[in-house]
Design a protein around this ligand. Structure first.
Ligand SMILES: [Zn+2]
Length: 1026
């Protein structure tokens, strides 16, 4: 009855969107989505999960006023690295999960009848809960307690299928009773009608007696289904909201039984960037060429074929694809044979996969690409592109060959397939995708001209190194579920830098990796961050998409670096080899990694240490205070918070490294001290003048030296800049800006440190200083603080002007010098330093006048193009160059230049053209948006544009995905007023299920509040001191 519904809603604190669900669903979701209760213990691994029902017991007995307690649960849970995100795709509550608000009370005047019914239900729930309470609880493992639900002896309640019958399953995750063994896929794409048909034959084994087979399928029309004998048709039920289909049986399928399900289906090729999608490009004659390719990670294999689309359901695959002559097809495995069909079409059949793999790694392509190849060990490596770009594939082939050899040797496990294809796809959303044996890339991430600059090549090498590392970390050993995505991405990111530092030291990756660690800290210092290994719910598609963020990738990689530098030489590698060997072909959770390390002799205390980093979000601030030889270290969470309300008592085991004035720059100077408690004392000799902590910034923490400590370090740098390594200098600059943002040091102290930079010539510290200053400048610019901006320019010229003017504009070999030069000149020209703009304009005119034959050095292209784009006529000539160039790296820089214009009409044009696709591919829209956002003229226009076109944008880029995260961040992160805060809040909360729940929205609101606070605190200081 209605009142029952009403009461239940109050009980579970959800909104009226649930009212439309059948009652059984509400009960069910109540069990489904209640946050688990955790017992607090000091050691995260001793925590015991209570059955979910015990929480219901508490609530069922009438404590409906739990908001405060929930806050407690939430903050204490954060200690364990849990954040309660009480969401689902089908019924989102309108309040943000990060800001728990009192639920709307729908039934404010309970009638007597309702109370009676309510009490009855409470008693029912309570007694059920009592019964469940005495069922054995399960011990908390890092993977959570997934099996707890299946032991509930309650008649489950089910949603309705599309045809009205009950769907025999009621969870987003698939049942574990059936395991796929092999898929036999036949696909017939039609590139004229942009449709395809398919047949999928799935061989399965039954793991537990069951009456149902449940699997994923999305946007596929199943035309026929047979079970076992192909003449026996079965009925397929579909529950669309969860993208599941099911076949029910009257009698149990028995344990150990082998089954075959055959499904025929039809579908459209996707017009977004996932599933089996179509793409096109214009060839050199201007004719439109079409192709079809796949992108399945994280959850889109189900859009191409019905499957058990979870990473732990590994199986083998045999793929057949039909094509017209004139096209080629590619898939994970080498081609086995080609058959001519009666229709004149050709059918390519690929070998069955030699390995068990997850569905998200399956891939196939139909296109007219050409390739170059090389044999490396026993693997044929090929790079594919559209025919006109074949010349741009050599660098990728060289790099891939070198790295394949490196990984084969380093990991002691050979790449298991006979071929490895790297394919540049003309319109592709991600940077690249590591499909086993068939890695797909954006053209800009794979193709590079021979004469391109080392800086352009560095980008390609990075992406190739990352995707190749995935062939082991991700493909061979896969995380069990997306909550541990860092086991894939943190490792791939870590190896990307490490392998390149070893094999291509000239590419200067150690500076890049340092910048990445700083970037990860920026995101992880906000309340909206999440632990690297997420133990709360990651189930809905949005939650899964959101895992692909800087914390998972970059903090993950940073933690691995910290671990590696903490262990004795060689031990990290040994542990990693053990991990790969233990789990090859299967799936893992984070604990498996620590166990593998223990097996090679790594102390248990190291695993304990790492748990404090992977299970909690955020990172520590270490404060140093010194009395003679006694150095006291104190830790606290480094949490940027505008309201001071949400401080946690998180503790980390911090491997604190330090050097002192007697021995400060060589690696052998490094000493280490593990800070496990809130405070500890370290003894040094009285004669030591100063300490610098976090040697080379390999630890994921920030250090505050106190007024005196900073002063002695600054003195030391002014006396001899080389007393610290460039990384340590960059680390000091980063830390002091961060402390100023936290309100621990004044901006005056920041400027005190920066005074030493007039003697600085190294890339890492200078790029860090300039990037910090330019973000301050951009904030002031958006507030139109004209007088301050003018003074800040004077300050920048005073400190860096000479260095800017002394830069050479010719060819430069060193990547590190190129990086520095481009950063210096981009800042100089964008702030209008005459010397710079004159040189840039002259180079641009030479380039156009020589019909683009007089090359601009690659690292200077951006500054030259962007400077040129500020003049109307040159902007138009750049537009022409954009359409005609075939060099992808150049094209991207021209696009950024075009988007940097300060002419409002051109800005509006470029935004709408980017959304349209065609002249500017839609894949570039996030880049266009972020470039426009940086400038003054466009930052309000682009925000309006995003609001107005939100629905079209999320049609192209899924809610929660990385491009959407980037769009939200770039359009809102420079706001610093109450009006904008309210506007951003208002807009996103109006979106409801179209995006209001995203973590990036919370992050954006926090950032605006912090900007506001920063302005309040620092504007007066800046007015005095600048
Ligand atoms: Zn990756």
């Amino acid at each position: 009855s209605e009142s029952e519904l009403c009461l239940l809603q109050e009980e579970i604190g959800e909104t009226d969107e649930r009212a439309s669900l059948p009652r059984n669903m509400i009960e069910n979701t109540m069990f489904e989505e209640e946050p688990d209760v955790v017992d607090l213990a000091l050691e995260p691994d001793e925590v015991v999960y209570e059955p979910r029902s015990s929480r219901l017991l508490v609530r069922g007995l009438g404590e409906n006023d739990l908001d405060d307690e929930e806050e407690d649960y939430e903050s204490s849970a954060r200690l364990l690295g849990m954040s309660f995100m009480n969401r689902s795709s089908t019924h989102n509550s309108s309040s943000s999960p990060y800001n728990r608000q009192a639920p709307p009370r729908l039934c404010s005047c309970p009638s007597a009848r309702m109370l009676v019914v309510g009490v009855f239900i409470l008693v029912l729930v309570a007694s059920m809960a009592m019964a469940l309470y005495f069922l054995p609880g399960c011990t908390f493992t890092k993977a959570g307690c997934g099996k707890a639900n299946s032991s509930i002896p309650m008649e489950p309640s089910y949603p309705n299928s599309t045809n009205g019958e009950l769907f025999p399953w009621n969870e987003l995750r698939l049942p574990a009773s059936v395991r796929p063994v092999n898929y036999d896929l036949s696909l017939t794409p039609n590139l004229t009608s942009m449709t395809f048909t398919g047949r999928t034959v799935i061989n399965m084994t039954i793991l537990h007696d069951t009456k149902r087979i449940v699997l994923h399928s999305s946007e596929l029309i199943i035309t026929k289904a047979t079970f076992q004998d192909k003449s026996v048709e079965v009925k397929v039920l579909e529950y669309k909201p969860w993208q599941q289909i099911a076949v029910s049986f009257l009698e149990d399928l028995k344990v150990g039984q082998v089954c075959v399900l055959t499904l025929d289906y039809a579908a459209n090729l996707s017009h977004t960037y996932d599933g089996f999608y179509n793409s096109s490009y214009n060839d050199k004659t201007g004719a439109k060429r079409v192709l079809a390719a796949t992108q399945f990670e994280p959850q889109a294999a189900r859009k191409a074929f019905p499957c058990f689309d979870e990473p732990a359901f590994k199986a083998t695959f045999l793929v057949r694809i039909t094509r017209e002559p004139g096209y080629i097809t590619l898939s994970n495995m080498p081609q086995a044979k080609t058959t001519t069909l009666p229709s004149g079409l050709l059918e390519d059949e690929f070998e069955q996969t030699a390995v068990n793999m997850s569905t998200y790694l399956v891939a196939f392509i139909v296109a007219n690409f050409t390739s170059i190849t090389r044999n490396v060990s026993n693997t044929l490596v090929s790079v594919y592109s559209v025919p006109e770009k074949k010349e741009h594939t050599h660098y990728a082939l060289d790099t891939a060959s070198t790295l394949l050899h490196f990984y084969n040797t380093f990991f002691h496990i050979d790449y298991p397939l006979r071929k490895l294809d790297l394919v540049a796809i003309p319109d592709f959303l991600a940077g690249a995708m590591e499909n086993w044996g068939l890695i797909t890339f954006r053209e800009t991430s794979l193709l590079v001209g021979n004469q391109s600059s080392p800086l352009d090549k560095q980008l390609i090498a990075n992406v190739v190194a990352h995707e190749l590392a995935h062939q082991w970390f991700g493909n061979l050993v896969t995380m069990r579920w997306w909550n541990d995505l860092w086991l894939n991405e943190g490792f791939a990111t870590y190896w990307q830098y490490t392998s390149l530092m070893t094999e291509f030291p000239q590419l200067d990756l150690d500076n890049v990796f340092l910048g990445v660690r700083f970037k990860a800290m920026a995101k992880d210092s906000l309340n909206s961050s999440h632990p690297v290994s997420v133990s709360s719910q990651v189930t809905t598609p949005e939650q899964v998409s959101e895992m692909f963020d800087s914390v998972t990738y970059e903090k993950g990689a940073s933690l691995l670096l910290m671990l590696k530098t903490t262990l004795p030489d060689g031990q990290f590698r040994k542990g990693i080899i053990k991990y790969l060997d233990n789990y090859r072909g299967s799936n893992t959770v984070t604990e498996d990694l620590w166990n593998s390390l223990t097996q090679v002799g790594v102390q248990e205390s190291v695993s304990d240490m790492m748990r404090t980093w992977t299970l909690q979000n955020g990172f520590p601030l270490v404060t140093v205070s010194r009395k003679g030889g006694h150095v006291t270290l104190t830790q606290e969470p480094f949490l940027l918070s505008a309201d001071n309300a949400t401080h946690t008592s998180n503790l980390w085991h911090i491997p604190v490294t330090y050097v002192n004035d007697n021995c400060s720059s060589a690696p052998s100077c490094r000493q280490i001290f593990t800070l496990r408690n809130k405070t500890a004392t370290l003894n040094v000799s009285d004669s030591v003048k100063w300490l610098k902590l976090n040697y080379m910034n390999t630890g994921f923490y920030i250090v505050h030296y106190g007024d005196e400590g900073w002063a002695t370090l600054i003195d030391a740098l002014k006396t001899d800049i080389n007393t610290l390594t460039p990384h340590d200098r960059a680390s000091l600059i980063h830390n002091i800006f961060a402390l100023s943002r936290l309100g621990r040091v004044s901006f005056r102290q920041v400027l005190n440190l920066l005074d030493y930079t007039t003697n600085e010539t190294e890339t890492a510290p200078l790029t860090e200083a300039l990037s910090q200053l330019s973000s301050v400048y951009r904030l002031l610019d958006k507030r139109q603080e004209q007088r301050l901006l003018a003074r800040m320019k004077v300050y920048i010229w005073g400190h860096f002007g000479q260095l800017m003017d002394s830069q050479d504009w010719g060819e430069e070999e060193s990547v590190s010098r190129q990086e520095l030069r481009s950063v210096l000149l981009e800042m100089a020209c964008s702030l209008g330093r005459q010397n710079c703009t004159d040189q840039a304009t002259a180079l641009y005119d030479q380039w156009t006048n020589s019909n683009q034959t007089k090359q601009i050095p690659g690292d200077l292209q951006q500054v030259v193009f962007s400077t040129a784009a500020q003049a109307d006529l040159r902007w138009l000539s750049l537009m022409e160059a954009y359409s005609s160039t075939t060099y992808d790296s150049e094209k991207r820089k021209i696009l950024q230049a075009l988007a940097s214009t300060q002419d409002p009409r051109s800005i509006v044009w470029i935004l709408s053209t980017g959304l349209e696709g065609g002249i500017i591919q839609t894949q570039e829209l996030p880049l266009v948006i972020s470039t426009v956002s940086d400038g003054f003229a466009g930052h309000l226009l682009v925000w309006d544009f995003v609001k107005e076109n939100w629905d079209r944008i999320i049609e192209k880029f899924p809610v929660g995905s990385y491009p959407i995260q980037s769009i939200i961040k770039s359009t809102t992160s420079q706001f610093s007023t109450q009006t904008h805060l309210e506007e951003v809040q208002g807009f996103f909360s109006s979106l409801k299920e179209r995006g209001s729940q995203m973590r990036s929205v919370q992050e954006s609101l926090e950032t605006i509040r912090l900007n506001q606070l920063w302005m309040d605190r620092n504007l007066p200081t800046l007015r005095i001191w600048l």
